[in-house]
Ligand binder design. Structure first.
Ligand code: MEV
Length: 313
């Protein structure tokens, strides 16, 4: 069997994170500068059924059968096997690399699952179609996050801007004009499961208040989609600021995120907000393309451990 390689991008949520878990819409876009890559090669001299996994970036180098079945990589491989009705594992070596920061809101877990599902099924000679890759990656997401909305695996599988509502058909779309986004990393690792769990607790305690916040976020998402499609990019700035304000109210911002958001605004960004689960991880700033480098430098001076400039087309 020939080697098979597949990659998948990172992502950021432009509008609507957290509310999307409660059935509201959200908008997410791929970040193609960072990627997860999986390569599967035949292991000619290995024992039949021996699958060696080399995921050095996450400190994992092990035989598949030595891993707990709930380990996300092992789980993804077993899902592909089951879906394809392959009873036996082929002797192979799976190499996984990713430059997507972990636990930072950029979708690293979903990107690794998507790349792995594609590479493994391709290696078996039965490449899975996008809708199946997306569905199986969602199963892995559930293992990571408990109650994910499914937006991460969707935007990463299709690698296009998506307007997403849980349980509804996927809508991909193109912005009327390119959107320049500067991403700033607080350097604080923050697993999505934790922030999603905190919000759930707070929502259970004060359902009405939280439903109102989610409803306001949904309004922002609807307006922003219209503006994105019409190419009215600058006008998205105040919507980003308003979305950040609501994310603060639901309790998922933190001092470092607020600080970077403010630094981006001071440096001339049209708007800024945290992106993803929050409580650390990344924020995003919307800016004119020619100002992006300046905004990125301002974020670094304000303490961002990493910045990235991306253009959504
Ligand atoms: C994570 O990228 C976005 C959240 O809304 C969680 C989810 O949708 O599963 C925080």
């Amino acid at each position: 069997m020939p080697d098979f390689t597949a990659t998948a991008p990172g992502k950021v949520i432009l509008f609507g994170e957290h509310a999307v878990v409660y059935g509201k819409p959200a908008i997410a876009v791929p970040v193609t500068q960072v990627r997860a890559r999986a390569t599967v090669q035949a292991a000619v001299k290995a024992l039949p059924g021996s699958v060696w996994i080399d995921a050095a970036d996450i400190g994992l180098q092990a035989e598949l059968n030595a891993l707990d079945g709930r380990q996300p990589l092992a789980f993804a491989i077993s899902l592909a096997q089951k879906h394809l009705h392959f009873a036996r594992y082929p002797a192979c070596k799976i190499k996984i690399r990713s430059n997507i920061p972990v636990a930072s809101g950029l979708g690293s877990g979903a990107a690794v699952s998507v790349a792995l599902l594609r590479a493994y099924s391709g290696f078996l000679g039965r490449p899975l179609p996008d809708e199946v890759v997306c569905e199986l990656a969602f199963e892995v997401e559930k293992l990571h996050h408990g109650t994910p909305s499914g937006i991460d695996n969707t935007v990463i599988t299709y690698a296009m801007p998506v307007y997403f509502v849980r349980g509804q058909a996927i809508q991909t779309f193109r912005p009327g004009r390119p959107i320049t986004i500067v991403i700033g990393d607080t350097g604080i690792a923050s697993p999505t499961a934790v922030s999603v769990g905190e919000v759930r607790k707070a929502w259970q305690e004060e359902p009405e208040r939280y439903e109102n916040y989610f409803e306001s976020m949904a309004g922002i998402v609807e307006s922003s989609r219209q503006m994105i499609e019409a190419g009215l990019i600058e006008a998205l700035g105040p919507l980003m600021d308003a979305n950040h304000g609501l994310l603060r109210k639901i309790g998922v911002s933190c001092r470092e995120l607020d600080w970077l958001v403010e630094a981006a605004r001071q440096a001339g960004a049209w708007g800024a907000k945290l992106s993803g689960g929050g409580l650390g991880g990344n924020m995003i700033a919307l800016t004119a393309a020619e100002r992006a480098a300046e905004v990125a430098s301002a974020l670094q001076r304000a303490g961002a451990v990493r910045t990235l400039i991306t253009e959504v087309k």
